[in-house]
Design a protein around this ligand. Structure first.
Ligand code: GRF
Length: 189
């Protein structure tokens, strides 16, 4: 069975949606979750789900040797970034070319690039007056938010939206489309 690793720094709701999806379909397995935040909500979720969770420091993660060795040891073929706030260095891209997928909570190329993550993205979308936002699921290459798009899905931005209400709408899209987009990509590996 194809093995997946999820890298996450936050609450981990996308990680959980992905675990549930592949447990239900049996098409792949989440071999591990890796985090760079010792307090991240994703750690409790992993425990509850019974998925091995590994913490590495930012320096270890950027350097890559130990996390990559761990993933290789477990036969990981695809890396999913699900709210991962640490740099993916060229080592990862060399070891996993076209095998790293990220989700961005807006419609790239708008509202992307360095420093555009989490609530900052939603605040920028609201401040711009855009009538529509959405998600972008894309392959990861050397440049921030740059690789080939696998899927975009949209939702309205309402006049009375706050960062929280827009974030909630975006999360719904993420949970709906991220697992299935990963599954579709896996079928071609
Ligand atoms: C998501 O909105 C994702 O697009 C962004 O970070 C958030 C992570 O949410 N990159 P969660 O930790 O999966 O709940």
């Amino acid at each position: 069975m194809k093995q997946i690793a999820i890298l996450a720094s936050g609450n981990g709701s996308n990680a959980e949606a992905i675990v549930h999806h592949f447990r239900a379909t049996g098409e792949a397995e989440v071999a591990m979750i890796i985090t760079n935040k010792p307090q991240a909500g994703v750690i409790q979720r992993a425990e509850r789900l019974g998925v091995p969770c590994h913490y590495f420091t930012n320096a270890e993660l950027r350097e890559g040797t130990r996390p990559i060795a761990l993933m290789k040891e477990h036969g990981v073929e695809l890396i999913i970034l699900a709210g991962y706030l640490c740099l993916i260095t060229p080592t990862y891209i060399m070891e996993y070319p076209e095998r790293i997928i990220n989700i961005h909570p807006a419609l790239l190329p708008s509202f992307g690039g360095q420093g555009m993550y989490g609530d900052r993205v939603h605040a920028a979308v609201i401040a711009s007056g855009a009538k529509e936002s959405g998600i972008t699921i894309h392959l990861v290459d050397e440049d921030y938010d740059h690789g080939r798009h696998l899927l975009q899905a949209t939702c309205p931005v309402r006049p009375d939206d706050t960062v929280d209400t827009l974030a909630a709408r975006i999360h719904e899209l993420e949970h709906r489309f991220f697992p299935t987009t990963i599954a579709q990509y896996l079928r071609f590996l």
